[in-house]
Write a protein that binds this ligand. Structure first.
Ligand code: UDP
Ligand code: MG
Length: 319
């Protein structure tokens, strides 16, 4: 006998110029949803929501046709290309009132959709955020693998809390989505912000697959700017580094001063050299420290303008 569950699962799939991948994605995801529905894992009210991120190809037409044929499919069209993170957020925010939990999936099916029931199971065990973690990245190019590794290392060194080898394949409960909605920052780095939401979390590991059709929509330029965004929206440590550099230069200035004075007293220096040497080093240090001090204040302003929630209530009991 089927165990009937009433977990309403929504999948949000950001799509940018994905006409090559979409037909197969719609098929496979549809089949996976049907399977889970039949097994009683998810409610028949579950939906797949495709977000067209301002594509210029047939993506939106495909989504529209699919939505007309299949009531489990919904479409959202953004007015222009706003990037993966924002497109994903648009989808999540649009569905949060209708679902119990929502999973974000890439349109190229690189993230194994066979793992979705595991995400739902973790959700039912009381986890509000379930991170998909790649167990192996053999199918990614060597370049992508090494650059991603370097990125996670750098994020860690700079003090930003991210889950390693987790992209945006993740399930969030409605409660977590509502908390996410409280973050109104414009430079949104979802992977970092979701960590700040807190609440019980779990991970599901899966093997990352090859992109099933079409090309990656993350060329090097976008990848670098994504990494840079991630770091600068989560860490003011670079500012502190300027500070430390200033202190270091000041220390070197003392050494340089000793050296130039010795040379001066020893009589083997051109006139004017000693004073120039000392001022250059010393001024350099002072300037760096000053920039660091200003930076510290800018860092504070930066934190203020983000207006991040200072706390998130997970539960409240009142009898
Ligand atoms: N994507 C998007 N807007 C963009 C770029 C990408 O919505 O401006 C979507 C894309 O359609 C895909 C997902 O983000 O569903 C991940 O992109 P992709 O697979 O190209 O990235 P990669 O896996 O190469 O990092
Ligand atoms: Mg991909």
């Amino acid at each position: 006998m089927n165990r009937l569950k009433d977990t309403i699962l929504y999948a949000v799939i950001p799509c940018y110029q994905e006409e090559d991948a979409l037909p197969e994605t719609i098929n496979q995801l549809g089949a996976q949803f049907a399977k889970m529905e039949q097994a009683g894992v998810i409610s028949p009210k579950s939906r797949m929501v495709f977000v067209d991120d301002g594509s210029k190809d047939q993506t939106w037409q495909m989504i529209r046709d699919a939505a007309q044929k299949d009531t489990r499919i919904e479409g959202i069209k953004l007015s222009r290309n706003v990037g993966h993170q924002n497109a994903l957020l648009a989808g999540l925010m649009a569905v949060r009132e209708d679902c119990d939990c929502c999973i974000s999936v890439d349109a190229d099916l690189q993230d194994d959709i066979e793992a979705i029931p595991e995400f739902v199971a973790a959700f039912e065990q009381g986890n509000d955020v379930v991170y998909g973690v790649r167990s192996c990245r053999k199918k990614d190019s060597v370049f992508k693998r090494t650059s991603a590794k370097a990125f996670y290392k750098l994020m860690k060194i700079l003090g930003a809390d991210v889950v390693e080898n987790h992209a945006d394949y993740r399930l969030m409960s409605r409660r977590a989505l509502n908390a996410l909605a409280e973050f109104s920052e414009v430079n949104l780095f979802l992977r970092g912000v979701v960590r700040l939401v807190g609440m019980p979390t779990a991970t599901v590991t899966y093997a990352r697959k090859q992109r099933q059709a079409g090309k990656s929509k993350y060329p090097l330029k976008k990848m670098l700017s994504f990494a840079f965004d991630g770091i600068t929206s989560f860490s003011i440590r670079p500012i502190r580094l300027v500070w430390s550099l200033g202190m270091l230069v000041c220390f070197l200035a003392v050494l340089a001063a000793i050296y130039s004075l010795l040379a001066f007293w020893g009589g083997n220096s051109v006139s004017g050299w000693t004073s120039l040497m000392i001022s250059i080093w010393f001024l350099g240090g002072v300037q760096l420290i000053s920039v660091g001090v200003i930076g510290e204040y800018i860092g504070k302003i930066y934190k203020e303008v983000k207006r991040r929630p200072r706390y998130i209530i997970e539960e409240r009991i009142r009898l």
